[in-house]
Design a protein around this ligand. Structure first.
Ligand code: UDP
Length: 319
């Protein structure tokens, strides 16, 4: 298929673009390189360096079979302090993309949504029909896009799939996580192991969990990419499908730090810090729907594998 990958120079976008190229698709990456990296665009993909809202219409006029939409603002704390960036950068930009797709008859959209659309869960594992009550503007902006996609599928026949990611981690060879502002646990812990950070702060050790630290569902970015290729194949005109993507297993912050110690051989000092606003105690996905309807099967659910791949990527980068 001829595919447009928005945000294909970012972490998840670049890994998915690499999988798509390997699967033989004709891939164009559209990225403004505001947080992405030019050298993260895989060989074989064509890069359009442009603002998505401005360029979507012109680029899609070429005729595409589908769009995989990763370009987004994705920092929870920033979204609380500056919500306008999230309503403009996520919601308005995606509306422009949807309109450009409608105008040019682009039939399929696979969207990078998030577990943050659910907010504090009533029960775990979280199924797709759980209430959506996001606790920050980031999650709210992604939910608004999901709702827009439902209406475009119903009214305009769009074949739409939203994939709600839990905690994405790991790397795919030279494609990995390298944010200028790093907020995610595994890359932060690995920064300690590689000597660029003194210690990891543990945000709360009195949570109602077995060891008192927050529990999350870590999914390997390669398993996540597999789900995107399956979503493309299964997208049906006039239908908006929503799937959670996680491994279905929870690991605590302490367990993650312990796995990083084992993989890196570094003692990784940790310090106690207050709870981070908006953090739920436990987030675990039910990915049953992705397994049964898409035939998705995550293969790299072991925490050591996830950390080892992230560590190899970290070590391969210049300090
Ligand atoms: N966390 C932590 N210290 C850090 C970064 C994260 O204790 O320096 C905790 C955070 O409170 C959460 C878990 O690690 O419970 C995963 O956080 P991350 O930001 O990676 O993902 P999130 O679950 O917020 O999407």
């Amino acid at each position: 298929m001829k595919l447009l990958v928005t945000g294909g120079a970012g972490y998840v976008g670049s890994v998915c673009a690499a999988h798509l190229v390997d699967a033989g698709h004709d891939v164009t990456v559209l990225d403004d390189l505001s947080t992405g990296h030019k050298d993260a665009v895989p060989d074989g993909a064509h890069l359009v360096h442009a603002d998505l809202a401005e360029a979507a219409e012109e680029v899609l006029a070429e005729g595409f079979d589908g769009v995989l939409h990763f370009a987004a603002k994705s920092l929870v704390g920033e979204s609380v302090a500056r919500p306008e960036l999230y309503w403009a950068g996520n919601v308005v930009t995606t509306f422009r993309l949807l309109e450009a797709m409608r105008k040019h008859g682009t039939p399929r959209l696979v969207f990078s949504s998030t577990a943050a659309t659910y907010g504090e869960p009533e029960r775990v594992p979280i199924p797709e029909d759980a209430p959506t009550r996001p606790t920050n503007p980031y999650g709210a902006s992604k939910l608004a896009i999901d709702l827009a996609m439902t209406s475009y599928a119903a009214a305009h026949g769009l074949a739409a799939v939203s994939l709600r990611y839990f905690n994405v981690a790991g790397a795919h060879g030279r494609f990995g996580e390298r944010h200028t502002v790093e907020t995610h646990l595994i890359p932060i812990v690995l920064q300690v192991a590689s000597g660029t950070r003194e210690a990891v702060q543990v945000y709360g050790d009195d949570w109602p969990t077995p060891d008192g630290t927050c529990v999350r569902d870590y999914i390997h970015v390669d398993d996540l990419a597999d789900a995107h290729l399956l979503a493309l194949q299964h997208a049906e005109p006039g239908k908006h499908a929503i799937y959670n993507l996680g491994s279905g297993t929870g690991f605590s912050v302490r367990q993650v730090i312990e796995a990083c110690r084992e993989v890196t051989g570094h003692p990784i000092p940790m310090t106690a810090a207050p709870r981070r606003a908006g953090d739920p105690a436990v987030l675990i996905a039910s990915s049953e729907a992705a397994r049964t309807e898409l035939g998705w099967q995550p293969h790299r659910t072991d925490l050591t594998t996830i950390v080892r791949d992230a560590w190899e990527f970290t070590r391969s980068r210049p300090a």
